[in-house]
Design a binder for this molecule. Structure first.
Ligand code: AR6
Length: 220
């Protein structure tokens, strides 16, 4: 596992005070030795936010997030995959929820999934970026974290909400996912926040977005 701290400034006294970009913090450890102890401790601890490649339906976390539609009655993409993996009981519980408005989130049990809960959220359909799409997508992530907190969820995994069939540009979606994840990580309520991508290209977009935001993330 590679723990990567992008663009951190070494805060300590001495010659190691410098800014690095896109360089693993391990380089600090191997550096001149004038690094601040706190920074060293941070560097060897895994970051709370993880950028992961894989199938979200297979993750053993407290909750996985579903990129659903307003009916909550299933669909294609990650929604279809989650319903297939969870089994028909999930659809039965969803049917009793009365749908979900765009930007909101609702929780169900995970049934046959390894995850205890599924948090269903409905992202915006991308038009041109001037129809409230960023606010709605931000609201999706924040509402998911709120609902997660209410249910004692400590580890949570997100797909790239809206970035498939709904057409949200992946780069912008990744920046929003990371900034809201960073807010939640700062609250101290979560032990792990996983941002899951299906393929390597998408993972690379997330990695570059983390670099742009100078966020500490674990990539694997
Ligand atoms: N694990 C992780 N990520 C996945 C998986 C998976 N198993 N499957 C797909 N993705 P989408 P949306 C990624 O289209 O854009 C549904 O029909 C995918 O590569 O699933 O919010 C709903 O019912 C993409 O990056 O969700 C709605 O009608 C991301 O998940 C509509 O699609 C989201 O893609 C919602 O569209």
């Amino acid at each position: 596992m590679l723990v990567t701290y992008y663009g951190r400034t070494v805060l300590s006294r001495g010659p190691a005070k410098k800014q690095i970009d896109a360089s693993p913090c391990r380089q600090y450890i191997a550096g001149t030795g004038s690094m601040d102890t706190i920074l060293l401790q941070e560097a060897i601890m895994p970051a709370i936010i993880e950028i992961i490649r894989g199938d979200i339906t297979r993750l053993a976390v407290d909750a996985i997030v579903n990129a659903a539609n307003n009916t909550l009655l299933g669909g294609g993409g990650v929604d279809g995959a989650i319903h297939r993996a969870a089994g028909p009981e999930l659809l039965r519980e969803c049917a009793a929820l009365g749908g979900c408005t765009t930007g909101d989130a609702k929780i169900t049990k995970g049934y046959r999934l390894a995850a205890r809960y599924v948090i269903h959220t409905v992202g915006p359909v991308w038009q041109d970026g001037h129809h409230g799409e960023p606010d709605l997508l931000r609201s999706c992530y924040r509402r998911c974290f709120e609902v997660a907190r209410e249910h004692g969820v400590s580890s949570i995994a997100f797909p790239a909400i809206s970035c498939g069939v709904y057409g949200y540009p992946l780069r912008e979606g990744a920046l929003l996912a990371l900034t809201t994840a960073q807010e939640a990580a700062g609250s101290g309520d979560f032990s792990r926040i996983l941002l899951v991508q299906f393929n390597e290209q998408a993972q690379q977009v997330y990695r570059e977005a983390a670099q742009q935001l100078q966020l500490p993330v674990t990539v694997r």
